[in-house]
Write a protein that binds this ligand. Structure first.
Ligand SMILES: [Cu+2]
Length: 184
């Protein structure tokens, strides 16, 4: 026992610190990976038909949830006046005319030319929250007319939870390793 303690004290401190850091880093990494794997329940991408109704001054549905990779086939319908549909982050903007089956769609990055389309296909390649809002002045409360596309999974969140748990486990391991020294 005495020998062991002497050996422990004699061990260069730098190496101990290095090992501690390595254990913590490994624990954080494993935790983050486990978090992503365990909570990633999205399954294979799906094709989904979604009709979005626009009326003064809201969209129905106000929130669309999708999983990363899903192909969303959006049909836009106005129930009253002319509205717009601009989807943040996906380069989509449309004009929705009442009593019209087709929307006038454009891709802002490619200019102002609009094409009549019955539906807009959006592949949810980016995760996160993306606001969609009316882009055609439709009345007094027009600026408040918006909704939200939420694309899961949120890897950074689950990875973060896993990393935190990993950090805790890592600390526990480090503390256990130090116990013999503390007892001496
Ligand atoms: Cu509007």
């Amino acid at each position: 026992m005495a020998l062991e303690v002497v050996a422990d004290v004699a061990r260069p401190r730098a190496r101990t610190r290095w090992r501690t850091a390595a254990i913590l880093a490994a624990a954080v990494g494993l935790g983050a990976g486990a978090g992503i794997l365990l909570f990633n329940t999205s399954g294979p991408p799906k094709d989904r038909d979604i009709t979005i109704y626009a009326k003064q001054y809201s969209f129905e549905p106000p929130i669309i949830r999708a999983n990363r990779g899903d192909r969303l086939h959006l049909k836009l319908v106005s129930l009253d006046v002319v509205h717009g549909f601009y989807l943040e982050g996906y380069d989509v903007d449309a004009e929705i005319l009442p009593q019209q089956k087709n929307a006038l769609v454009r891709h802002p990055s490619q200019g102002d030319q609009r094409v009549e389309q019955e539906e807009i296909t959006v592949v949810a390649t980016q995760t996160g929250k993306f606001r969609y809002r009316c882009s055609h002045t439709c009345g007094a409360l027009h600026p408040f007319m918006s909704g939200e596309l939420i694309v899961a999974p949120n890897h950074s969140l689950h990875g973060g939870i896993g990393a935190s748990l990993g950090l805790l486990v890592g600390f526990a391991l480090v503390v256990r390793r130090r116990e013999p020294t503390a007892a001496a």
